[in-house]
Design a protein around this ligand. Structure first.
Ligand code: SF4
Length: 383
């Protein structure tokens, strides 16, 4: 389990960060050359995360375009989030669903509403669906089994279709049952793995305060054969620490289970209920884009998940062949594609502020950038 390695990784990463210096252009070129023959060490990753002046940043940008964008035939993979519930017992200060927010318009999809909502997503042509829900005690693993089975039935035998789940952390037994019902993957943003910062944000949350238990959630899912998405929420702690720890976590999972997370999530804190937040560790665009690039340089087989928290313009500057993309997210509220589209106000009833695209505009932007998108991309091992 990752928690068994955490203390020594935390010490190692803090030491690296205390001593790291911003690299010169020559040094950046040297690191990029070295990674061709051996896996980039965490100390090298830390140096690249310091490549923040215009010249070193541009060097990284050019490297990404040269190495991870083809002259033609670049592909993205779409995921469509479907929110199941906005009822939550936890109290994260960056989220409109926090139990402390009394003005949130809360909703929970019944099974028949789920059917309507998922059908709307499938009719639009999207066949990879991510269930998203807050820490809602009504959504037990048994209830999730029903929702997954229903969605699987709606997706039918369409090749490449699949279901992912982003929920409260669960037991290994629960993941076993969910996988049998048809779940393909688990999504969890660790928020931050800086324990002190994590507890500052989540220490009062009934479920989320369990830092270690949550830290091992990826292990529990992978040990049951699920694929996983990992990542942090940028803005809670120092971004370099978070990126290094996520890379260390991805490497740990590969060592233990023989496969890596399929994607790094890339969320940043966004406005909630129309109010802009300014956390102490706010990650500006330069730092955010540096983090996106460094993830790919360090772990080229892992995609990055670009999504509606950011503007399409920023996303399209950064997309690379093989990345995951969400162009529409049902306004981050349960029923946002159809069932509650009009009934629930997106500002009060959505989890945070987003920038959605209609499918036609999304595809037109893709064409202009030399990309296309796969809406049913999940590959399963042949039996
Ligand atoms: S981030 Fe998740 S756990 Fe925290 S308040 Fe929002 S929905 Fe609840």
């Amino acid at each position: 389990m990752f928690s068994a390695k955490y203390a020594s990784l935390d010490k190692q990463i803090r030491e690296i960060l205390e001593n790291v210096e911003a690299p010169s252009e020559e040094r950046v070129k040297g690191i990029l050359e070295e990674r061709k023959t051996e896996r980039l060490r965490l100390s090298g990753v830390a140096e690249l995360l310091k490549a923040g002046n215009d010249k070193t940043f541009d060097l990284l940008r050019d490297f990404m375009i040269d190495n991870f964008r083809k002259s033609e035939g670049n592909k993205l993979r779409n995921i469509s989030p479907v929110y199941l519930s906005s009822y939550c017992v936890d109290t994260c200060g960056y989220c409109q669903f926090s139990a402390n927010r009394k003005d949130t318009q809360r909703t929970r999809l019944s099974l028949s509403q789920l059917e309507e909502e998922v059908s709307a997503v499938i009719e639009e042509g999207n066949h990879v669906i991510e269930f998203t829900l807050a820490t809602d005690p009504e959504f037990t693993p048994q209830k999730l089994v029903e929702y997954i089975a229903k969605t699987k039935e709606l997706l039918g035998d369409r090749e490449g279709s699949g279901i992912l789940l982003c929920s409260d952390h669960l037991t290994q037994e629960a993941y076993r049952e969910l996988k049998s019902a048809g779940l393909w993957g688990m999504v969890q943003w660790d928020e931050t793995l800086d324990r002190t910062k994590y507890m500052k944000w989540h220490g009062q949350s009934p479920r989320k305060r369990h830092f270690e238990e949550r830290m091992d959630n990826h292990d529990r899912a992978m040990s049951e054969g699920l694929e996983v998405a990992t990542g942090v929420l940028f803005g809670l702690a120092e971004f370099r620490y978070d990126v290094l720890m996520q890379i260390a976590k991805a490497r740990h999972l590969e060592e233990e289970y023989g496969r890596k997370p399929f994607v790094f999530g890339t969320p940043r804190i966004k406005p909630i209920g129309g109010r802009v937040l300014h956390p102490k560790h706010e990650t500006n665009d330069r730092r955010y884009e540096t983090a996106l690039m460094v993830y790919k340089i360090a772990e080229p087989e892992i995609a990055r998940w670009l999504q509606t928290r950011e503007t399409p313009e920023l996303n399209f500057k950064n997309i690379l062949d093989g990345d995951v993309y969400t162009y529409r997210c049902g306004e981050v509220k349960p029923g946002g594609y159809k069932v509650n589209k009009k009934a629930v106000d997106s500002c009060k009833g959505g989890q945070f502020g987003v920038n959605e695209l209609e499918r036609r505009s999304f595809e037109s932007m893709l064409r202009d950038t030399g990309f296309s998108v796969n809406y049913a991309w999940i590959k399963r091992p042949t039996q």
